[in-house]
Design a protein around this ligand. Structure first.
Ligand code: F3S
Length: 399
């Protein structure tokens, strides 16, 4: 692949071993995927943070890289870690696990990466503009960044995103190219959608389209335009049951498939109320949750507010985590939402989530979720049962 003179200097080690190693990874990826060259990026979002997923090998790799003086050159944020970095003791996270987790986050911090630890970077200021090139790796964030923001990223692995952040470049292929953004399947949604329906829709369409690009048309005239929280739930589910990195939605997302070549005569999938209900039913493996975990993807301030309003003056009969970033929690603290949730017996948990935290070692058996992505991953990644439903139905209030 073609490298500029500057990129050749990076590749040949003129900027030190960390940049050299990172450029080698990018060139290898570019060769595998047939990239013609590199594109400069404006933002990175890096996965490979939880000790549960990267283990000691990952910790060693990151400490070596930080020790070699690696520094990111574009605004970069981290994916969720395995613990709440501040409240881990109060919440009962295992001490040994936490010790390793803190070392991982410290290695990233040394490289200049913001330790906000969230899968919703677009809610904490990492918001690339339409048409910009980025290197993001959390699959739900990739889907949101490509689709709703109209930025351009492939589904990067952790090392690929980190290398891109260090070099300020990523190989130019796939979703960075106009031809990589053309839809493959027209999805006509005939029913109105509410709450957890968006996740169920994403789950069923993700299964149908695989790693293709769906183009949604909401044909029910009563259907309200989906908002940020619904689009993030839809994208997360699409990216987990399939490998979707981009969707288009008529009158909602910024790129117009109608103007793209090859969009005529698309294969069509019609989604009815029955399809959505059927999918919702299949996502549960049990009935009564002992821990309700909301915030997959990480909760927005608006979502936390809704929970706080519901719990005001009440006491919970089951345990509750509302997972979010430290930045959104700070706003929730100031608004008084965190206090209301805590007084009811719940927690606003930062930096982590029900999938990448070691919840299987914390005494929980059945997890209640309103996210189709979480319902998909909790059984496979934590070995626990799940109940998928609206969050209002999952939380139990003491009489
Ligand atoms: Fe985020 Fe964890 Fe869900 S990383 S998208 S809250 S599985």
């Amino acid at each position: 692949m073609y490298l500029t003179r500057e990129e050749e200097k990076m590749y040949s080690g003129e900027y030190g071993p960390a940049v050299e190693k990172s450029m080698e990874i990018l060139v290898a990826l570019g060769d595998i995927y047939g990239a013609d060259g590199m594109v400069e990026i404006v933002s990175a979002q890096i996965s490979g943070v939880s000790y549960k997923t990267v283990g000691d090998v990952g910790l060693e790799y990151l400490e070596d890289l930080a020790g070699e003086g690696a520094q990111v050159v574009v605004p970069s944020t981290l994916n969720p870690a395995g613990v709440d970095l501040d409240q881990w003791k109060e919440l009962g996270f295992p001490a040994e696990f936490t010790k390793k987790q803190l070392l991982i986050v410290e290695a990233y911090r040394k490289m200049g990466i913001s330790t906000t630890c969230t899968c919703t970077p677009y809610l904490v200021g990492n918001v690339p503009p339409l048409g910009s090139h980025i290197a993001w790796s959390e699959s739900s964030a990739v889907c949101y960044g490509n689709s709703v923001l109209g930025a351009r990223t492939n589904r990067e692995g952790g090392p690929g995103a980190l290398s891109a952040a260090i070099c300020g470049r990523t190989p130019n292929y796939g979703y960075h190219l106009d031809e990589g953004r053309v839809p493959h399947l027209l999805v006509e949604v005939e029913t109105s959608l509410n709450g957890a329906d968006y996740g169920a829709l994403g789950y069923l369409v993700g299964k149908a389209v695989g790693n293709g690009i769906p183009y949604f048309k909401l044909v029910d005239e009563q259907q309200k335009k989906p908002q940020v929280n619904q689009l993030k739930a839809l994208g997360a589910a699409l990216a987990s049951s399939g490998a979707v990195a981009l969707f288009h939605m008529e009158n909602t997302t910024p790129e117009s498939p109608e103007a793209m070549p090859y969009t005529k005569n698309l294969e069509k999938l019609t989604v009815t109320r029955e399809d959505v209900d059927d999918t919702r039913g299949k996502l549960s493996t049990s009935q009564k949750p002992d821990l309700v975990c909301l915030g997959c993807p990480h909760a927005s301030l608006e979502e936390i507010k809704e929970v706080a309003l519901k719990l005001d003056g009440k006491k919970l009969a089951n345990q509750l985590w509302v997972c979010t970033s430290i930045s959104v929690k700070a706003a929730s603290d100031r608004m008084g939402y965190t206090r209301i949730i805590e007084e009811a017996g719940g927690h606003v948990v930062c930096d982590t989530c029900m999938v990448v935290a070691p919840i299987e070692y914390m005494g929980f058996k059945v997890i209640g979720v309103d996210s189709a992505k979480a319902a998909n991953y909790v059984p496979s990644m934590c070995g626990l049962d799940v109940v998928f439903d609206e969050w209002e139905n999952l939380i139990a209030i003491k009489k």
